[in-house]
Write a protein that binds this ligand. Structure first.
Ligand code: MG
Length: 411
């Protein structure tokens, strides 16, 4: 009897108060199943529907080994495509199929991608204090934990103003003043370099909070700090400004966590406008397209720095690491999955590790993968159901940024 997909399940869980979506693909071979990450924390319900109501009926009866054909078919079958909901739904399935293939081969996923290119996966963690001093202290804590690469923000993305224009605004959101933000970050990085010297690799995320010309001037100011990279200096909608940025500054640029469509990254890569691709792998449809992006980048001297935020399951973090360890043009990996660092308590870390047994851990600033077949971790569904998702926690304050006069800015 040939191998067949028998069932496709979605399980939503929020062990750290963040909505996560796991896809489980079951086969007709007893005990053989795959797990994938389909997390779109802010719109998890439409992802569940896309998997259960639209992909599942097509997938049942298909051979789970035909990953490329299943990916191509699912990408095209809705005609309109490349949006975050459908891409995440497809990613959950795609990762689960790769997980099944690894289990069939009895090999960890990275072996299927060509084997190890390096011993470990160096990563960076995020430090963010309420003011410069607190941020400096957080960076020090991460350094003590062994991180050699740290991203630093002060008072949230874009900084925060408690009293915009001195009046009470009629709008809700996270207010910031772009010039004040730029000055505070320059000051922070001066202090970081004078406190920790030149050896620590430091980077900063603009989070598309600036106008294009402010972003160019800010990048010029930040150049003196010898950054690992400056992240998302421009929004995807303003990609046309990258050639101007490139002509004026040589600070390494990382871009792309908001990308969904190949049209958004192809030109930037082949025209060598960026140094690191920051794609969020589930947002582009999973492992199958991510491997192609990595190979495209290799040809043009662009390295990877896959997005690795808290709104991603440990399955997604493990997938990042499997690709990282197996490609020559790996740059750095963002790490945010509970590791007793400044953002996750010991209780949360233990809960994640209990819910996703076998999840990768960080030691001395490196992600350590296990040798288990496939993606290499399991999922305790019963425990996950004790931490249900909520529609109440979908919008975070930092996602409603506003200028001092109340004007909404995209996050
Ligand atoms: Mg970012």
């Amino acid at each position: 009897m040939s191998l067949e997909i028998r069932d496709v399940k979605t399980i939503c869980t929020a062990p750290e108060g963040i909505n996560l979506v796991v896809v489980k693909v079951l086969t007709n071979e007893p005990g053989l199943y795959g797990l994938g990450c389909a997390t779109f924390a802010h719109r998890h319900l439409p992802v569940v529907s896309a998997v259960e109501d639209y992909l599942k009926p097509y997938l049942i009866g298909r051979n789970p080994q035909d990953i490329e054909d299943i990916w191509q078919s699912c990408m095209g079958m809705s005609y309109w495509r490349n949006g975050p909901v459908l891409n995440n739904a497809l990613s959950g399935v795609d990762m689960a199929l790769w997980d099944i293939k690894g289990k069939l081969a009895e090999m960890p996923l990275y072996q299927l991608f060509g084997g190890k290119c390096r011993d470990a996966v160096p990563c960076y963690a995020h430090a963010e204090g309420r003011d410069i001093q607190e941020t400096i202290e957080q960076v020090g804590m991460l350094k003590e934990q062994g991180y050699r690469n740290v991203r630093a923000q002060v008072a949230g993305y874009g900084g925060n103003m408690s009293e915009p224009m001195g009046i009470k605004s009629s709008f809700s959101g996270s207010f910031y003043e772009p010039k004040q933000y730029m000055r505070s970050v320059v000051k922070l990085f001066e202090e970081l370099r004078s406190t920790y010297g030149e050896e620590l690799q430091i980077c900063h995320d603009v989070h598309e909070r600036l106008t294009p010309i402010d972003a160019i001037n800010f990048a010029k100011e930040m150049q003196k700090f010898n950054l690992l990279f400056l992240e998302d200096p421009l929004s995807p909608e303003q990609s046309g400004w990258f050639s101007h940025l490139r002509n004026h500054v040589t600070v390494p640029i990382a871009m792309g966590e908001l990308f969904n469509n190949p049209a958004e990254w192809t030109e930037l890569i082949v025209n060598r406008m960026i140094d690191y691709i920051r794609i969020h792998i589930s947002q582009i449809g999973g492992i199958t397209p991510a491997l192609k992006v990595a190979r495209l980048c290799e040809s043009f001297g662009v390295r990877t720095a896959w997005h690795g935020p808290p709104d991603m399951t440990p399955i997604g973090h493990a997938v990042n690491a499997h690709i990282d360890i197996s490609i020559p043009n790996f740059g750095i990996q963002e790490w945010h999955a509970g590791n007793n660092n400044v953002f996750s308590s010991e209780k949360e870390t233990n809960l994640l590790q209990e819910m996703f047994p076998g999840m990768p851990v960080v030691k001395d600033g490196n992600i350590c993968l296990t040798e288990s077949p496939g993606i290499g971790l399991d999922f305790d569904e019963e425990l996950a159901r004790k931490y249900p998702c909520s529609k109440e926690i979908v919008t975070w304050d930092w996602m409603l940024p506003r200028l001092p006069d109340g004007t909404a800015v995209r996050p």
